[in-house]
Design a protein. Structure first.
Length: 202
């Protein structure tokens, strides 16, 4: 099978060291880069997340953690389907683990990734129909001025962004309180999410 241009692009990204060799204002990444990205040109669904955490940095497998378990449950798919690159692309805002803040939480995604690669990636993924915008960073980048003032407002206005985008909260277990305070998400948004995922990955 002939190698597609997207394969070459993703190989370049996986070898990227821009956050070490030509970093922005935040200074160099404090550890070796390990860019994480998945997908084939045939993928009709794309998951735009934030950035790898410590477990994903170690494994190289995106959403290989409790957040991924919750996201797969939201989507109504098993691991084999979720990791089928021909059907689902996974493109975080920052490809590498950004490090931890003083309180032990993940730092924001590195901005170098989006500036250097994001437009090329979505030009190459020219068959995808729906992008799941997981978390505020992905929502702000993809929606721009169309994003609302808060993540909750953006997710609540999900119908405004369909059929191209579906904004979601991050599936982190730290957001369990958010889910309890916003029961409309599971009632209104999850059925649409599961329906669209089933349609696109069949």
């Amino acid at each position: 099978m002939a190698r597609e241009p997207i394969d070459s692009l993703f190989s370049e990204i996986r070898a990227c060291r821009i956050c070490v060799e030509a970093p922005g204002r935040r200074g160099p990444l404090p550890h070796e880069p390990r860019p994480v990205i998945r997908g084939k040109r045939s993928a009709k669904l794309c998951i735009a997340g934030q950035a790898p955490g410590t477990r994903v940095h170690a494994s190289g497998i995106p959403f290989n953690d409790p957040s991924g378990d919750r996201l797969r449950d939201w989507m109504g798919v098993d691991s084999d389907t979720f990791y089928d690159e021909a059907r689902i692309a996974i493109v975080p805002m920052g490809f590498c683990f950004p490090g931890l803040d003083a309180k032990g939480g993940d730092l924001p995604p590195r901005p170098e990734c989006a500036k250097a690669w994001r437009e090329q990636v979505f030009t190459a993924l020219d068959r995808h129909e729906l992008t799941l915008l997981v978390g505020g960073y992905a929502q702000k980048w993809h929606l721009g001025a169309r994003a609302k003032g808060t993540l909750t407002e953006t997710v609540k206005a999900w119908e405004d962004y369909m059929p191209a985008f579906l904004p979601l909260p991050h599936p982190s277990w730290r957001n369990t309180g958010w889910l309890k305070r916003n029961p409309w998400f599971e009632r209104e948004v999850l059925p649409v999410l599961r329906r669209e995922v089933a349609r696109l990955v069949k």
